[in-house]
Design a protein around this ligand. Structure first.
Ligand SMILES: Nc1ncnc2c1ncn2[C@@H]1O[C@H](COP(=O)(O)OP(=O)(O)OP(=O)(O)O)[C@@H](O)[C@H]1O
Ligand SMILES: [Mg+2]
Length: 242
């Protein structure tokens, strides 16, 4: 049974460490990260290039595992899960949006968004309903038979978001989701994240852009593999940049 404080935090990270082995050299990237996210919160992560933001996001997204430390996701210690349990958590609880979109180039918009549902074993008719609803949510229903190469950058990002939300995850992790977009399209994408957040999703976004942080409730600064400081923002409605 989960305690009240435990379930209030969807992410509870303590003393998280991660290093990479380059030849015989050990490169320490995360050097004891302590980090919490409340359920329903909207958090931005900032920090210099190479400070470990993407490494942290990969761990939060269960795409990689830490050397040591604890990561409790939605009340469950991630290190206790088997590979297949981890795959299920990734598929059902987390929606991941990357800067480079990572859409499958030879598949259509529809097929790209459908993929997580196929992994989840959802039957055809329910899949179709969910895919169309997700594409409608990001206003991409008019482009379902296009391939990613036939879309603009903003459209590709909206498809990537549709794919991230199609399974109705509780947690949305986005690593520089607006890094390749102009101001107008960045705002469109941020509006989508804000809307998802207002509907109860927890959103964690890595960004280099101080404008983007105005959308968040809290900004966490990573420097040299640790959390340097945090800033709580008074933010009761939409980002000031909108
Ligand atoms: N798979 C890997 N193998 C080896 N080293 C890596 C790997 N991934 C990242 N690194 C190194 O770890 C450090 C942190 O990388 P990370 O991608 O987490 O930084 P970041 O804060 O996301 O930077 P940026 O803002 O440029 O995206 C970098 O010095 C990078 O070279
Ligand atoms: Mg990065």
């Amino acid at each position: 049974m989960k305690g009240a404080t435990e379930t209030a935090k969807i992410i509870l990270v303590s003393s998280l460490r991660k290093s990479y082995l380059i030849g015989s050299e050990k490169l320490e990237v995360l050097k004891g990260v302590d980090f919490e996210v409340r359920r329903g919160e909207f958090v931005c992560i900032m920090g210099p290039s190479g400070s470990g933001k993407s490494t942290l996001m990969h761990l939060l997204g269960c795409l990689d595992s830490p050397d040591s430390g604890s990561y409790i996701l939605d009340g469950v210690e991630v290190s206790t899960l088997s590979d297949s349990q981890l795959a299920r958590v990734r598929n059902q609880k987390i929606g991941f949006v990357f800067q480079a979109f990572f859409l499958i180039p030879w598949a259509t918009v529809y097929e790209n968004v459908e993929l997580p549902l196929i992994y989840a074993g959802i039957p055809f008719y329910r899949r179709r309903k969910k895919v169309l609803a997700a594409l409608e949510y990001v206003d991409m229903q008019h482009r379902i038979w296009h391939k990613p190469s036939q879309l603009s950058g903003g459209e590709r990002q909206r498809v990537a978001i549709a794919r991230a939300i199609v399974n109705d995850p509780t947690l949305i992790l986005a690593d520089e989701p607006t890094g390749n977009l102009d101001t107008k399209r960045s705002q469109m994408v941020m509006n989508l994240f804000k809307r998802l957040n207002k509907q109860g999703k927890t959103v964690v976004i890595v960004t280099h852009d101080p404008e983007i942080t105005t959308w968040a409730e809290r900004v966490v600064y990573v420097r040299d593999g640790v959390i340097e400081k945090e800033e709580v923002l008074k933010n009761d409605s939409f980002g000031s940049s909108f």
